[in-house]
Write a protein that binds this ligand. Structure first.
Ligand code: ZN
Length: 121
């Protein structure tokens, strides 16, 4: 009985250990380690993480960082700002996808027109 319980605990620990290395690259996609971030001379970061000191170009990036890296320590207000930042990022991504689709459709139309002109010569 005890052995079975120990095994399940060991498996849970092994799963946690296995998932942590996979989770850390996604939580820190820039590959920067803590906290040696360099800000170019003449530029001030718009926001800085209060917990790890990482600088960000916008407050939205800081809010996204808080929700992804410091999720256990978030206050209610920070969690709301994270939700707003995720929604804003989703909207920006949707508009970006529309622009990509419009660009691809335009390129396809131009290519077909040029092909038709060349065929008619
Ligand atoms: Zn941080």
């Amino acid at each position: 009985m005890t052995t079975t319980h120990d095994r399940s605990t060991d498996e849970a620990n092994a799963t946690d250990e296995a998932s942590e290395p996979a989770a850390s690259p996604t939580s820190n996609p820039t590959g920067h380690s803590q906290p040696g971030f360099e800000v170019p001379v003449g530029e001030d970061p718009a926001a800085t993480c209060e917990r790890c000191g990482r600088p960000f170009p916008t407050t939205m990036h800081r809010d996204l960082h808080l929700g992804e890296v410091h999720v256990e320590e978030l206050t209610e207000r920070e969690h709301e700002r994270y939700e707003d930042a995720v929604e804003a990022e989703t909207d920006e991504l949707f508009v970006y996808h529309l622009k990509v689709i419009a660009a691809l459709a335009s390129m396809y139309a131009v290519l077909v027109l040029v092909y038709m002109v060349v065929l008619s010569l």
